[in-house]
Design a protein around this ligand. Structure first.
Ligand code: PEP
Ligand code: MN
Length: 263
């Protein structure tokens, strides 16, 4: 079902008034984690002012250490819903547990499957039964074939609205957190009709390199970006090193628009 041979025309995923997969790149931005009601509502206003279209923010966080901040849980989802109410920005957030699907659906617009859960087949089957679009991140060490098979689970469950997200893969390189595999953009567009967006934040892991790889992602033909932005990156409860300041995010939006109109 994910294959272009089966479905030649591009899939367009509608989120609120935005279309992911059409000509105009859609920019999803916000903090790694929802930290408080004030923080996420302010972040939503700043993302909107800077030119972002969707708000991201994790309420259930898949942290490497069990002692790191795990997210605010359902309380965080409530704050995301308030941020949407305040700004009109649709909300993207990660689901980690299939059992929480009905609860999560009541708050969010797009369900994110994190890299660590790309092959959690129970979770993929669950979101396959949802009517919410799914942003499916590529696994840390997943081949393109495995990633598309993960998408296949969601499509086979009856949910046609899958957005693929390249977020960097594990290589021997240590200067960057991951290696953003921009090869995946044209490859996936050749193999599949599903839209693909790029996450330069997790792809590089350092805010200094995010703008360059965001521009590169759009130049490669991605349908959008998902970018981490924080009012005060140094104080962020997760992924501060890769989070852009609002000023740098605003610059990124302008740079990306210039590239996409030149294409
Ligand atoms: C995130 O988006 O904050 C996140 C945890 O991403 P990934 O699953 O790509 O590591
Ligand atoms: Mn993050």
């Amino acid at each position: 079902l994910a294959s272009r041979a089966f479905h030649p025309q591009d899939t367009l995923v509608q989120v609120g008034e935005h279309v992911i997969g059409g000509g105009t790149p859609v920019i999803i931005a916000g903090p790694c984690s929802v930290e408080s009601q004030e923080q996420i509502i302010e972040a939503a206003h700043l993302v909107k002012q800077a030119g972002g279209q969707l708000l991201r923010g994790g309420a259930f966080k898949p942290r490497t250490s069990p002692y790191s901040f795990q997210g605010l849980g359902e309380e965080g989802l409530k704050y995301l819903a308030l941020a949407r109410e305040a700004t009109g920005l649709p909300v993207v957030t990660e689901i980690m547990d299939a059992e929480l699907l009905p609860m999560m659906e009541s708050y969010v617009d797009v369900l994110q499957i994190g890299a660590r859960n790309m092959q959690n087949y129970t979770l993929l089957k669950a979101v396959g039964r949802s009517d919410k679009p799914v942003l499916l991140k590529r696994g840390l060490s997943a081949t393109i074939e495995e990633w598309l098979m993960a998408a296949e689970y969601v499509l086979a469950g009856g949910n046609p609205n899958v957005i693929l997200c390249e977020r960097g893969i594990r290589t021997f390189e240590t200067y960057t957190r991951n290696t953003l595999d921009l090869n995946a953009v044209p490859v996936v567009q050749y193999l599949s009709h599903l839209p693909v967006v790029v996450d330069p934040s997790h792809g590089v892991g350092n805010w200094r390199y995010v703008n360059a790889m965001a521009r590169a992602g759009i130049a490669a033909g991605a349908s959008g970006l998902i970018v981490e932005v924080h009012q005060n990156p140094q104080e962020a409860m997760s992924d501060g090193d890769q989070s852009l300041t609002v000023e740098n995010f605003s610059q990124l939006v302008q740079d990306v628009r210039r590239i996409s109109t030149a294409l």
